[in-house]
Design a protein around this ligand. Structure first.
Ligand code: PTJ
Length: 247
């Protein structure tokens, strides 16, 4: 692939495409991940390819939620692993979260390739390979989770999936942080904290907020979570998308 000059007006978008393409070549990302990325890009285009204020507030509330959690877990699929492997490890470090691989198109080869990729980016413990528990009410591969991982978690970060797992996790009583550029996706609708932003921007932003809140008291963190209104955040994002211009 040709080197992309940073001055290119679509630098970030081209870099993102390159990472996804590379993920497919390495057997990390499923070919369907290319289509999912295209869907996300269309929304990002309308959002102006920037973190809108409601998404920044959501990232702060998500950081507070993760810092308050007894057992936070960040769920990783093939797109997430290709786009933000090191950034996910940093978020996990900043919040004390576990990292668990959970795939829709699950194969042992992809599970291993993603776990290895995350370890190469500094992850010490990668969950998801044991798969000794099931999320009730799901009859596809995303139901397979680790008993001491997502199954046991109280707060789960669910990025880039428009599906029924978010609803099933909510039914288990878990608090969900969803990262999805589509504010109308089923996952974003089920989230206690929907972050409508590109994962490329959202994960480092959550980590920055978590570091900034590292010394905050429980009361301060609880106040941030309480003040956050998920319906207002979804509505603000939907407005931004609907009013967005095709620049
Ligand atoms: O790796 P696997 O096998 O688990 O499969 C992963 C994919 C992404 C292929 C699978 O979960 C899938 O098909 O997802 P969907 O149903 O296309 O949903 C992906 C959601 O993520 C859509 O709502 C997109 O708008 C959104 N999205 C895509 N790229 C980004 C994004 N949101 C934030 N940042 C992105 N870069």
């Amino acid at each position: 692939m040709e080197e992309i000059p940073e001055s290119h007006p679509r630098y970030e978008s081209l870099l993102t495409r390159h990472r996804i393409e590379d993920g497919v070549e390495r057997g990390i990302t499923s070919p369907q991940g290319l289509i999912a990325q295209g869907r996300g890009e269309a929304f990002d285009y309308l959002l102006g390819e920037e973190t809108i204020p409601s998404a920044d507030e959501a990232a702060r509330a998500a950081a507070a939620q993760l810092l308050l959690a007894d057992h936070p877990v960040v769920s990783v699929n093939g797109n997430v692993a290709a786009l933000v492997p090191g950034e996910v490890v940093e978020l996990a470090d900043a919040t004390g979260a576990d990292i668990e691989v959970n795939l829709f198109n699950r194969t042992e080869e992809r599970m291993e390739a993603i776990a290895d990729h995350l370890r190469e980016h500094g992850a010490e413990d990668v969950k998801g390979l044991t798969a000794d528990a099931r999320i009730p009410g799901l009859d596809h591969e995303r139901a397979k989770v680790d008993a001491d991982g997502i199954y046991d978690a109280d707060v789960v970060v669910v990025p880039l999936e428009d599906g029924d797992r978010a609803e099933a996790l909510a039914a288990m009583g878990k608090t969900e942080v969803v990262i999805d550029l589509n504010p109308m996706s089923r996952s974003a609708q089920a989230a206690a904290v929907p972050i409508v932003d590109n994962i490329i921007r959202a994960v480092p932003n959550m980590t920055a907020h978590a570091r900034e809140l590292a010394d905050a008291s429980r009361e301060e963190l609880e106040a941030i979570v309480k003040e956050f209104d998920p319906d207002a955040a979804r509505a603000a994002a939907e407005r931004a998308v609907r009013e967005g211009e095709l620049a």
